[in-house]
Design a protein around this ligand. Sequence first.
Ligand SMILES: NC(=O)c1ccc[n+]([C@@H]2O[C@H](COP(=O)([O-])OP(=O)(O)OC[C@H]3O[C@@H](n4cnc5c(N)ncnc54)[C@H](OP(=O)(O)O)[C@@H]3O)[C@@H](O)[C@H]2O)c1
Length: 167
Amino acid sequence: MEKVIIVAKSDNNVIGRNGALPWQMPADLAFFSRQIKGCYLLSGRKSYESAQGKEIFSNRPFVILTRRKGFQPEEGKAAHSLEEGISTAEADGAKRLCILGGEEVYRQALKVADKLIITEIHTEIENGNAFFPDINFGHWKEYKREDHKKDRYNPYDFSFVFYIRVR
Ligand SMILES: NC(=O)c1ccc[n+]([C@@H]2O[C@H](COP(=O)([O-])OP(=O)(O)OC[C@H]3O[C@@H](n4cnc5c(N)ncnc54)[C@H](OP(=O)(O)O)[C@@H]3O)[C@@H](O)[C@H]2O)c1
């Protein structure tokens, strides 16, 4: 099973502010929807419960990480460690696991992921309070990049960048 981290981050590595995304970038949402097609999804409990979380998870197989014993998401499954989340997806026959954050989950998953799909939002976000961890580029090879200019709907230049683990 392929394990893929999907994230949108600013140039200063911000991924969230006060429990939500710090930007409105419809082009990224459309890209994100294409990337998670056919994926089994894995997310931290906080991202799952955020506003953007609910829609993403409807009608898809998914597992939510939580340390709470009684927590049960409405449709998907709960797991109590990253390893249990991964084995839950594997036991359900997933071919591709999309790891959707947030910060706490990315920090753990960066060590075990096979691919990174990163939307670089080309701005510095002030007052962010969730961050993507530093990437050791010695471990990753960029194999595809698409650069886009801002437009009337998307307020920042942005790039879709794909990496595969090399070690
Ligand atoms: N830009 C992006 O692409 C993107 C994507 C996703 C999220 N975000 C942003 O990220 C922020 C949320 O990140 P976050 O770090 O606060 O929360 P999070 O990673 O979404 O969720 C953290 C929670 O997940 C559970 N958890 C994490 N690791 C676990 C483990 N090993 N075992 C069991 N449970 C585990 C715990 O849940 P319990 O508390 O229930 O025990 C923990 O409190 C938000 O601002 C959101 O908007 C951004």
